[in-house]
Design a protein around this ligand. Sequence first.
Ligand code: AOF
Ligand code: ZN
Length: 391
Amino acid sequence: MEIRRQEIMELLFARALAGEGMVKTNPLVAAGLVKDGELLELAAHRQFGGLHAEAALLNKYTGSLQGVELYCTLEPCVHQGKTAPCTERILKTDIEEVTFAHIDPHPRVQGRGMKKLLKAGLTVTTPVCRSQYRWLNRAYFYNQVAGLPWLEAKLALSVDGYIATESHHSQWLSGPESRHYTHLLRSRVDAVMVGAETVRRDNPSLTDRVTGRESQPGAIIVTTRPQTLSPSLTLLSERAAETTIVVPSQIEPALGEKLEESGVTLVRSELHDGRYRWTEVLPRLYRAGFGRILVEGGGGLVGDLISAQLLNELHLFNCGHVLGSGIRSARLSHKTEKVFNAPRFRLLEQHRFGEDIYIRRLSEQSLRRVGFNLTPHPRLRQRLTGVGFKG
Ligand code: AOF
Ligand code: ZN
């Protein structure tokens, strides 16, 4: 029975991922109806502000619920948010057994959903596959603990650790397979963030041109000098409605208005000696609705975030070119004297993509900084030993 419970939960996890990149600061949630160990129907929370998984499921399933169990990845909610509380909806049905993977850490839930179901006489089973769900939904759990967006960075590196030549030429260090995977990484986040220097030089669109997701991830430009952004840049001319610009709170009002009229959203943050404090910028981005962000350069932005212990996950593509000199992947804003004091990212996964090696790493330091504990899920650990270099 326990194994079947886990199997069903894993099916739900796979469905919950349908919301990646779409649910923003909400959790990835799926729910399923089970009778005699068989899954009858399942549904997911698909969009920020959209139906919760349980409601979507109960709308979809029209058969009898006598003797049917409800499985959810997350504890059903008790609060009136953008939608009605799921627990009330459940209590209106004949469902008598509810199984869920993890308590909802949202301050308005935190076990109250479970208590309400128990009080009404239902049988509740939890946790099931808890650490696996924490990993899958790491952005949401981290958001709740830290009040910050989960930050990932993608870097394509030369053999000698540069992301571009001295003249900022970088197209293409990584091969087609790696670049294809980058689009998948973009499809999983709420926004792709870059420094203004990268925008000025590469004029990127930062879109996902592979997965066909329902809407594109947002774009975030970080600049201390918004006056230098040309209105003809793709992000400002073609993607203004999806673009957010982090600007100094001292921005000249006329320039601020002009930018906002063009359709972009501004997030204002104070400059201290000409620099942003990331501990001030990031909570603002989180409140603006970004739960998970992919940083795609440049080296200054990535370095600042690592120094501030705010970067959680790294996607590195180790490529075959040797540049000799150029732009470093991460220009830290602090000095490290000893290796043992250096920020460190733990190896999670490695994979060959054509001529490149993809490496995924996790910063335990950034998680510890906010008191967030996370165990990468066991499957991933198996893959660590299972996927070797084939070359
Ligand atoms: C559930 N099932 O599928 C989800 C839940 O603003 P709202 O109404 O969308 O509520 C968002 C909060 O509801 C979110 O922070 C989390 O606590 C819970 N999400 N709960 O029972 C779901 N997505
Ligand atoms: Zn709900």
